[in-house]
Design a protein around this ligand. Structure first.
Ligand SMILES: *[C@@H]1O[C@H](CO)[C@@H](O)[C@H](O)[C@H]1NC(C)=O
Ligand SMILES: *[C@@H]1O[C@H](CO)[C@@H](O)[C@H](O)[C@H]1NC(C)=O
Ligand SMILES: *[C@@H]1O[C@H](CO)[C@@H](O)[C@H](O)[C@H]1NC(C)=O
Ligand SMILES: *[C@@H]1O[C@H](CO)[C@@H](O)[C@H](O)[C@H]1NC(C)=O
Ligand SMILES: *[C@@H]1O[C@H](CO)[C@@H](O)[C@H](O)[C@H]1NC(C)=O
Ligand SMILES: *[C@@H]1O[C@H](CO)[C@@H](O)[C@H](O)[C@H]1NC(C)=O
Ligand SMILES: *[C@@H]1O[C@H](CO)[C@@H](O)[C@H](O)[C@H]1NC(C)=O
Length: 411
């Protein structure tokens, strides 16, 4: 049961109800089954090999955070152009989603943002923060509850600065560029608000589909999840643990919803929306395939609970441990808010009308909350068909979001 609830929460987070409705029967085809098989087969394939397969150089690095997590960076040092690969390139750090920060960035094959940036002359680094399959800890193994004792607070306070310092040290640069997509927008704001000295280490930021300020989400899935977590979160959150059973939601879905033995109510209700994303004929097989692979990761319960606290309270605050524990940790009954005025790196913000996770109201509130010095171009994609995940799954994103971003970085 726990696995099923986990699965529902996990999958609904990655869905969008603005897509055309159709029944699950319509969308699970023989071809999809083949696709799932392929995914199961490539489970162990390292992402850096996928990058090489796409024709780009790639390297893996690991970094140890101040609190002992070993986390990873995928580097694409230069693009396909014949320019001298040795010339100095401006480093850019990308944090892409929380589902699988490495794979999620590469959904669009040659149109994927990391490749676009590499071809535009950047030295691209993709951060894979704590909790993923690749990460580990110097002291705790993954069966240890201490390993899973983290929320956005720790990812932002430790992992992002560790990535930044590592890249600056290795490239001997003074500052780098940063791209945050969805979850990646939150963790950089945590980093800059809690360690403002890092503002000096960043040249420019791109916020794509910012989820920092939440409160206007219209996604039913999110609301159900927020409610569920309201019931379960305060209990589960007390005992740090891994979020159960969702390392590969693609295969999980296949198992739960596509076999004759299970007729789970949740499949059409919760999953058809996600299945519709994948069934959309405009998405090619390889995009679908990669997107499904991007389900392979693990995550802490606290990270989810934090996410839903944010949604319920419509506040960008530290993790809420409850009155007594908050008092102990923060000295206040309520968790302190992150001050977005401390984010003062010049930035570009891109959001869209069809985005239910980062709806225009929230994106604009977020933009206005930033320090004046950070308020650069604000780009609204006026298309209700352009949803949250389209930033990383829809080729149109290359024109609508990536090109303005690259121009802004090149100014
Ligand atoms: C999966 O791997 C097995 C063993 O390597 C192979 O026989 C099978 O054809 C593969 N399936 C797909 C769909 O690639
Ligand atoms: C991390 O670093 C260690 C020691 O250099 C190395 O053995 C290991 O393969 C690295 N891991 C990754 C994923 O690169
Ligand atoms: C990553 O996942 C693969 C496939 O599920 C598994 O075989 C491997 O042991 C995992 N690696 C780590 C470091 O957890
Ligand atoms: C992980 O750590 C726990 C507690 O420290 C220990 O009991 C367990 O044997 C370890 N498991 C592995 C696979 O090392
Ligand atoms: C499910 O049942 C149908 C009809 O009985 C059958 O044709 C099909 O092969 C079954 N599928 C699976 C995956 O067992
Ligand atoms: C806004 O940014 C400016 C320039 O970096 C800085 O001096 C100021 O303290 C910031 N405002 C707040 C409230 O942090
Ligand atoms: C991709 O984005 C465009 C522009 O916003 C939108 O009209 C289109 O429906 C999207 N395609 C898919 C497959 O969602």
């Amino acid at each position: 049961m726990c696995r099923i609830i986990a699965f529902i929460i996990f999958t609904t987070l990655f869905t969008s109800s603005s897509l055309k409705k159709s029944s699950v029967k319509d969308v699970v085809t023989k071809k999809d089954v083949k696709l799932f098989e392929k995914i199961s087969n490539s489970s162990g394939r390292p992402v850096y090999l996928i990058v090489r397969h796409d024709g780009y150089p790639s390297e893996m690095y690991n970094v140890t955070t101040q609190d002992g997590y070993k986390i990873n960076l995928l580097r694409i040092p230069y693009g396909k152009s014949k320019l001298n690969p040795k010339i100095l390139r401006r480093p850019v750090l990308i944090i892409c989603s929380y589902i699988d920060p490495l794979m999620a960035c590469l959904n669009l094959q040659e149109d994927s943002l990391p490749y676009v940036l590499a071809d535009a002359g950047f030295d691209v680094w993709i951060g894979d923060f704590r909790g993923t399959n690749l990460s580990s800890h110097v002291k705790y193994n993954k069966t240890d509850s201490k390993f899973w004792d983290y929320s956005h607070d720790e990812v932002g306070y430790y992992d992002i600065p560790a990535f930044i310092d590592y890249i600056l040290g290795l490239t001997r640069r003074r500052r780098l560029y940063y791209v945050g997509i969805s979850y990646g927008t939150q963790v950089i704001c945590v980093a800059l608000a809690s360690r403002p000295e890092y503002n000096q280490k960043l040249r420019k930021i791109a916020f794509l589909a910012p989820t920092v300020v939440a409160g206007h989400s219209k996604s039913e899935g999110l609301m159900y999840s927020a409610m569920l977590s309201g019931l379960a979160g305060d209990v589960l959150g007390k005992m740090p643990r891994k979020f159960p059973g969702v390392e590969n939601w693609g295969a999980e879905y296949h198992r739960l919803c596509n076999s004759n033995s299970t007729k789970l109510q949740v499949c059409p209700t919760f999953y058809s929306k996600q299945a519709n994303v994948l069934a959309n004929p405009e998405y090619e097989d390889r995009v679908k395939y990669r997107n499904l692979m991007a389900g392979r990761r693990s995550i802490s319960v606290k990270m989810y609970v934090h996410f839903f606290q944010q949604l319920r309270n419509a506040k960008f605050a530290h993790y809420d441990y409850g009155g007594t524990e908050n008092q102990k940790r923060y000295g206040t009954k309520k968790p302190p808010l992150y001050d977005l005025k401390k984010v003062c790196v010049p930035s570009i913000t891109v959001y869209s009308d069809g985005d239910e996770f980062a709806p225009p109201e929230d994106a604009e509130t977020f933009y206005k909350s930033l320090n004046k010095t950070a308020q650069g171009p604000l780009i609204r994609i006026k298309d209700t068909n352009f949803v949250h995940v389209d930033i990383i799954m829809n080729r149109t994103a290359r024109k609508l979001a990536y090109e303005p971003l690259v121009s802004y970085f090149n100014l």
